[in-house]
Design a binder for this molecule. Structure first.
Ligand code: MN
Length: 323
Protein backbone atom coordinates (compact mmCIF):
# COMPACT_ATOMS: atom_id res chain seq x y z
CA UNK A 1 0.00 0.00 0.00
CA UNK A 2 2.24 2.88 -1.17
CA UNK A 3 0.01 5.98 -0.59
CA UNK A 4 2.52 8.32 1.07
CA UNK A 5 4.72 7.03 3.88
CA UNK A 6 7.54 8.17 6.17
CA UNK A 7 10.68 6.52 7.53
CA UNK A 8 10.17 7.75 11.09
CA UNK A 9 6.62 8.35 12.29
CA UNK A 10 7.96 9.80 15.57
CA UNK A 11 9.50 12.73 13.67
CA UNK A 12 5.99 13.95 12.76
CA UNK A 13 3.78 16.36 14.75
CA UNK A 14 1.73 14.40 17.27
CA UNK A 15 -2.05 14.54 17.56
CA UNK A 16 -3.01 15.58 21.09
CA UNK A 17 -6.33 14.44 22.51
CA UNK A 18 -6.21 15.89 26.03
CA UNK A 19 -9.14 18.21 26.81
CA UNK A 20 -8.65 21.68 28.24
CA UNK A 21 -8.91 21.41 32.03
CA UNK A 22 -12.42 20.93 33.34
CA UNK A 23 -14.05 20.35 29.93
CA UNK A 24 -16.18 17.36 29.08
CA UNK A 25 -14.35 15.18 26.58
CA UNK A 26 -16.42 12.31 25.28
CA UNK A 27 -15.56 9.38 23.03
CA UNK A 28 -18.00 9.23 20.12
CA UNK A 29 -20.18 6.08 20.47
CA UNK A 30 -20.50 3.56 17.62
CA UNK A 31 -24.05 3.79 16.25
CA UNK A 32 -23.90 1.46 13.26
CA UNK A 33 -21.51 -0.87 11.44
CA UNK A 34 -22.29 -2.01 7.90
CA UNK A 35 -20.48 -4.23 5.41
CA UNK A 36 -19.90 -2.94 1.88
CA UNK A 37 -21.23 -5.15 -0.94
CA UNK A 38 -19.08 -5.67 -4.05
CA UNK A 39 -20.05 -4.41 -7.49
CA UNK A 40 -18.66 -3.30 -10.84
CA UNK A 41 -18.20 0.32 -11.94
CA UNK A 42 -17.53 2.03 -15.28
CA UNK A 43 -16.28 -0.42 -17.89
CA UNK A 44 -16.20 -3.15 -15.25
CA UNK A 45 -13.65 -2.44 -12.53
CA UNK A 46 -14.37 -4.04 -9.14
CA UNK A 47 -15.59 -1.79 -6.32
CA UNK A 48 -16.99 -2.02 -2.80
CA UNK A 49 -20.05 0.24 -2.28
CA UNK A 50 -18.89 1.64 1.07
CA UNK A 51 -22.10 3.48 2.03
CA UNK A 52 -24.67 0.81 1.08
CA UNK A 53 -27.21 0.32 3.86
CA UNK A 54 -26.35 3.55 5.71
CA UNK A 55 -29.18 6.13 6.08
CA UNK A 56 -28.57 9.34 4.11
CA UNK A 57 -29.01 11.34 7.35
CA UNK A 58 -25.94 9.63 8.85
CA UNK A 59 -23.87 10.20 5.68
CA UNK A 60 -24.77 13.89 5.12
CA UNK A 61 -22.83 15.75 3.57
CA UNK A 62 -21.45 12.61 1.86
CA UNK A 63 -23.55 10.81 -0.75
CA UNK A 64 -21.63 7.86 -2.13
CA UNK A 65 -18.26 6.15 -1.81
CA UNK A 66 -16.60 3.36 -3.78
CA UNK A 67 -13.45 1.55 -2.73
CA UNK A 68 -11.92 0.78 -6.16
CA UNK A 69 -10.03 -2.51 -5.85
CA UNK A 70 -7.73 -3.44 -4.33
CA UNK A 71 -7.24 -5.49 -7.50
CA UNK A 72 -4.15 -6.98 -9.11
CA UNK A 73 -4.88 -6.78 -12.85
CA UNK A 74 -3.49 -9.19 -15.39
CA UNK A 75 -2.07 -7.61 -18.60
CA UNK A 76 -4.91 -6.19 -20.73
CA UNK A 77 -7.37 -6.14 -17.83
CA UNK A 78 -7.24 -2.62 -16.32
CA UNK A 79 -10.50 -0.70 -16.86
CA UNK A 80 -11.84 2.80 -16.34
CA UNK A 81 -15.00 4.73 -17.14
CA UNK A 82 -16.26 6.13 -20.46
CA UNK A 83 -16.99 9.90 -20.73
CA UNK A 84 -19.94 10.72 -18.47
CA UNK A 85 -21.59 13.79 -16.88
CA UNK A 86 -22.05 15.02 -13.30
CA UNK A 87 -24.02 17.84 -11.68
CA UNK A 88 -24.73 18.99 -8.13
CA UNK A 89 -21.80 17.68 -6.06
CA UNK A 90 -18.01 17.18 -5.82
CA UNK A 91 -16.02 14.01 -6.53
CA UNK A 92 -12.86 13.20 -4.59
CA UNK A 93 -10.63 10.50 -6.07
CA UNK A 94 -7.78 9.26 -3.85
CA UNK A 95 -5.39 6.80 -5.50
CA UNK A 96 -3.48 4.58 -3.07
CA UNK A 97 -1.86 2.18 -5.57
CA UNK A 98 -1.70 2.37 -9.36
CA UNK A 99 -2.52 5.15 -11.81
CA UNK A 100 -5.67 6.81 -13.12
CA UNK A 101 -5.73 9.37 -15.92
CA UNK A 102 -8.45 11.97 -15.72
CA UNK A 103 -9.70 14.48 -18.26
CA UNK A 104 -12.72 16.77 -18.08
CA UNK A 105 -14.70 19.13 -20.32
CA UNK A 106 -13.58 22.13 -18.24
CA UNK A 107 -9.87 21.73 -19.16
CA UNK A 108 -8.99 19.94 -15.92
CA UNK A 109 -7.11 16.68 -15.84
CA UNK A 110 -3.94 14.84 -15.09
CA UNK A 111 -2.38 11.68 -13.86
CA UNK A 112 -3.08 10.61 -10.29
CA UNK A 113 -0.98 7.97 -8.62
CA UNK A 114 0.29 6.58 -5.28
CA UNK A 115 -1.20 8.96 -2.71
CA UNK A 116 -2.43 11.73 -5.05
CA UNK A 117 -5.95 13.09 -4.79
CA UNK A 118 -8.05 14.71 -7.47
CA UNK A 119 -10.84 16.97 -6.38
CA UNK A 120 -13.48 17.84 -8.97
CA UNK A 121 -16.38 20.18 -8.31
CA UNK A 122 -19.01 19.23 -10.87
CA UNK A 123 -21.23 22.12 -9.79
CA UNK A 124 -23.65 23.03 -12.60
CA UNK A 125 -22.15 20.50 -14.96
CA UNK A 126 -19.09 18.73 -16.27
CA UNK A 127 -18.19 15.73 -18.41
CA UNK A 128 -15.20 13.58 -17.51
CA UNK A 129 -13.39 10.31 -18.07
CA UNK A 130 -11.24 8.28 -15.68
CA UNK A 131 -9.11 5.59 -17.21
CA UNK A 132 -5.88 3.67 -16.66
CA UNK A 133 -2.95 4.80 -18.89
CA UNK A 134 -2.15 2.64 -21.91
CA UNK A 135 1.08 1.30 -20.36
CA UNK A 136 -0.84 0.07 -17.30
CA UNK A 137 -3.42 -1.63 -19.52
CA UNK A 138 -0.54 -3.41 -21.27
CA UNK A 139 1.37 -4.35 -18.13
CA UNK A 140 -1.48 -4.93 -15.68
CA UNK A 141 -0.66 -4.39 -12.01
CA UNK A 142 -2.01 -3.25 -8.69
CA UNK A 143 -4.87 -0.74 -8.50
CA UNK A 144 -6.48 0.60 -5.33
CA UNK A 145 -8.28 3.86 -4.64
CA UNK A 146 -11.33 5.66 -3.30
CA UNK A 147 -13.95 7.77 -4.98
CA UNK A 148 -16.07 9.85 -2.63
CA UNK A 149 -19.04 12.06 -3.53
CA UNK A 150 -19.46 15.20 -1.39
CA UNK A 151 -22.81 16.93 -1.70
CA UNK A 152 -23.28 20.63 -2.43
CA UNK A 153 -26.00 22.78 -0.82
CA UNK A 154 -28.77 24.00 -3.14
CA UNK A 155 -27.09 27.43 -3.29
CA UNK A 156 -23.94 25.89 -4.84
CA UNK A 157 -25.33 23.05 -6.97
CA UNK A 158 -25.02 25.19 -10.09
CA UNK A 159 -21.61 26.71 -9.10
CA UNK A 160 -18.90 26.78 -11.79
CA UNK A 161 -16.92 23.54 -12.17
CA UNK A 162 -13.53 23.48 -10.42
CA UNK A 163 -10.56 21.12 -10.41
CA UNK A 164 -7.82 20.62 -7.78
CA UNK A 165 -4.83 18.36 -8.05
CA UNK A 166 -3.48 17.38 -4.65
CA UNK A 167 -0.09 15.73 -4.90
CA UNK A 168 0.90 13.07 -2.38
CA UNK A 169 3.73 15.26 -1.05
CA UNK A 170 1.31 18.02 -0.02
CA UNK A 171 -0.76 15.76 2.25
CA UNK A 172 -0.33 16.73 5.93
CA UNK A 173 1.36 13.87 7.82
CA UNK A 174 0.79 13.42 11.56
CA UNK A 175 1.51 10.79 14.22
CA UNK A 176 -0.92 9.44 16.79
CA UNK A 177 0.03 10.31 20.39
CA UNK A 178 2.38 7.32 20.85
CA UNK A 179 3.50 7.08 17.21
CA UNK A 180 1.55 3.85 16.62
CA UNK A 181 -0.32 5.31 13.64
CA UNK A 182 0.46 7.47 10.62
CA UNK A 183 -2.33 9.96 9.86
CA UNK A 184 -2.52 11.53 6.38
CA UNK A 185 -4.81 14.58 6.42
CA UNK A 186 -6.04 15.02 2.83
CA UNK A 187 -8.65 17.68 3.58
CA UNK A 188 -9.88 19.60 6.59
CA UNK A 189 -8.30 19.74 9.99
CA UNK A 190 -7.24 17.30 12.69
CA UNK A 191 -6.00 18.69 16.01
CA UNK A 192 -5.21 22.06 14.43
CA UNK A 193 -3.25 20.57 11.49
CA UNK A 194 -4.82 21.26 8.08
CA UNK A 195 -4.67 19.18 4.92
CA UNK A 196 -4.53 20.65 1.41
CA UNK A 197 -7.99 19.85 -0.05
CA UNK A 198 -10.57 22.62 -0.33
CA UNK A 199 -14.27 21.80 -0.51
CA UNK A 200 -17.30 24.05 -0.76
CA UNK A 201 -18.83 21.92 2.01
CA UNK A 202 -16.46 21.79 5.03
CA UNK A 203 -15.14 18.25 5.52
CA UNK A 204 -12.27 16.31 7.08
CA UNK A 205 -10.79 13.34 5.22
CA UNK A 206 -7.80 11.32 6.45
CA UNK A 207 -6.15 7.97 5.66
CA UNK A 208 -4.71 6.30 8.78
CA UNK A 209 -2.30 3.35 8.92
CA UNK A 210 -2.37 1.77 12.39
CA UNK A 211 0.43 -0.58 13.46
CA UNK A 212 -0.86 -3.93 14.71
CA UNK A 213 -1.82 -3.71 18.39
CA UNK A 214 -1.81 0.11 18.41
CA UNK A 215 -4.63 2.28 19.74
CA UNK A 216 -5.53 5.67 18.24
CA UNK A 217 -7.53 8.63 19.51
CA UNK A 218 -8.38 11.48 17.13
CA UNK A 219 -10.09 14.74 18.14
CA UNK A 220 -13.03 15.45 15.86
CA UNK A 221 -14.97 18.64 15.04
CA UNK A 222 -18.11 18.53 17.23
CA UNK A 223 -20.26 19.89 14.39
CA UNK A 224 -19.18 17.21 11.88
CA UNK A 225 -20.62 13.75 11.42
CA UNK A 226 -18.08 10.96 11.70
CA UNK A 227 -17.50 7.84 9.60
CA UNK A 228 -14.70 5.26 9.61
CA UNK A 229 -14.19 2.89 6.67
CA UNK A 230 -11.84 -0.11 6.85
CA UNK A 231 -9.79 -0.28 3.66
CA UNK A 232 -7.92 -3.32 4.92
CA UNK A 233 -7.21 -5.18 8.14
CA UNK A 234 -8.92 -6.04 11.42
CA UNK A 235 -9.51 -4.01 14.54
CA UNK A 236 -12.15 -2.47 16.75
CA UNK A 237 -13.76 0.94 17.08
CA UNK A 238 -15.20 3.08 19.87
CA UNK A 239 -14.83 2.75 23.64
CA UNK A 240 -16.99 -0.41 23.50
CA UNK A 241 -14.55 -2.16 21.11
CA UNK A 242 -16.90 -3.03 18.23
CA UNK A 243 -15.05 -5.43 15.90
CA UNK A 244 -14.46 -4.27 12.30
CA UNK A 245 -12.66 -5.66 9.28
CA UNK A 246 -12.01 -4.94 5.58
CA UNK A 247 -15.08 -3.40 3.91
CA UNK A 248 -16.83 -2.37 7.15
CA UNK A 249 -18.14 1.17 7.62
CA UNK A 250 -18.67 2.51 11.15
CA UNK A 251 -20.92 5.47 11.97
CA UNK A 252 -20.04 7.37 15.15
CA UNK A 253 -22.53 9.39 17.19
CA UNK A 254 -21.87 12.72 18.88
CA UNK A 255 -18.81 13.46 21.00
CA UNK A 256 -15.35 15.01 20.96
CA UNK A 257 -13.01 12.30 19.72
CA UNK A 258 -12.91 8.96 17.91
CA UNK A 259 -11.02 5.91 19.03
CA UNK A 260 -10.03 2.72 17.29
CA UNK A 261 -7.47 -0.09 17.54
CA UNK A 262 -5.68 -2.50 15.24
CA UNK A 263 -5.78 -6.15 16.23
CA UNK A 264 -2.43 -7.54 17.42
CA UNK A 265 -2.72 -10.17 14.70
CA UNK A 266 -3.56 -9.09 11.12
CA UNK A 267 -4.71 -11.83 8.76
CA UNK A 268 -4.08 -9.98 5.49
CA UNK A 269 -0.77 -9.30 3.74
CA UNK A 270 -0.28 -6.01 5.66
CA UNK A 271 0.98 -5.52 9.20
CA UNK A 272 -1.38 -2.56 9.60
CA UNK A 273 -5.05 -1.66 9.89
CA UNK A 274 -5.82 0.83 7.08
CA UNK A 275 -8.81 3.13 7.64
CA UNK A 276 -10.33 6.19 6.04
CA UNK A 277 -11.82 8.81 8.39
CA UNK A 278 -14.55 11.09 7.03
CA UNK A 279 -16.56 13.90 8.56
CA UNK A 280 -18.38 16.98 7.40
CA UNK A 281 -20.93 19.65 8.23
CA UNK A 282 -24.36 18.18 7.40
CA UNK A 283 -26.25 20.14 4.71
CA UNK A 284 -29.71 18.95 5.88
CA UNK A 285 -31.53 19.44 2.59
CA UNK A 286 -33.55 16.89 0.60
CA UNK A 287 -31.25 14.67 -1.50
CA UNK A 288 -32.42 13.19 -4.80
CA UNK A 289 -29.51 11.22 -6.26
CA UNK A 290 -29.99 9.49 -9.59
CA UNK A 291 -27.20 8.11 -11.76
CA UNK A 292 -24.50 10.78 -12.10
CA UNK A 293 -26.58 13.63 -10.64
CA UNK A 294 -27.24 14.69 -7.02
CA UNK A 295 -29.95 17.34 -6.72
CA UNK A 296 -32.70 18.44 -4.30
CA UNK A 297 -35.78 17.46 -6.35
CA UNK A 298 -36.87 15.00 -9.05
CA UNK A 299 -37.58 17.92 -11.38
CA UNK A 300 -33.94 19.03 -11.06
CA UNK A 301 -32.81 15.50 -11.95
CA UNK A 302 -35.00 15.55 -15.07
CA UNK A 303 -33.59 18.99 -15.95
CA UNK A 304 -30.04 17.62 -15.53
CA UNK A 305 -30.79 14.81 -18.01
CA UNK A 306 -32.35 17.19 -20.55
CA UNK A 307 -29.50 19.70 -20.12
CA UNK A 308 -26.99 16.87 -20.64
CA UNK A 309 -28.75 15.71 -23.80
CA UNK A 310 -28.75 19.31 -25.07
CA UNK A 311 -24.98 19.56 -24.48
CA UNK A 312 -25.32 22.11 -21.68
CA UNK A 313 -23.13 20.16 -19.22
CA UNK A 314 -20.10 20.49 -21.46
CA UNK A 315 -18.66 18.89 -24.56
CA UNK A 316 -15.91 16.31 -24.94
CA UNK A 317 -12.73 18.17 -26.04
CA UNK A 318 -11.44 17.47 -29.55
CA UNK A 319 -8.79 14.73 -29.51
CA UNK A 320 -9.66 13.74 -25.95
CA UNK A 321 -8.55 10.42 -24.49
CA UNK A 322 -11.13 7.67 -24.89
CA UNK A 323 -12.49 9.11 -28.16
MN1 MN B 1 -17.44 10.33 -12.62
Amino acid sequence: MPAVNVEDILSLPKILVEPNSGEQFASRPVELVTSAPSGLEGEGFPVRRAFAGVPMSALDPFVHMDQMGEVNYAPGEPKGTPWHPHRGFETVTYIIDGIFIHQDSNGGGGRITNGDTQWMTAGGGILHIETPPEELVVSGGLFHGIQLWVNLPSSLKMAPARYQDIRADSVKLLASSDGGALVRVIAGDIGGHSGPGITHTPITMAHVSVQKGAQVKIPWNKDFNSLIYVLEGEGDIGSTNVAVKTGNLGVFGEGDFLEFKANAKQNGPLETLEVLLLGGAPIREPVVAYGPFVMNTREEIQKAFSDFEAGRLGTIPAGAIGT
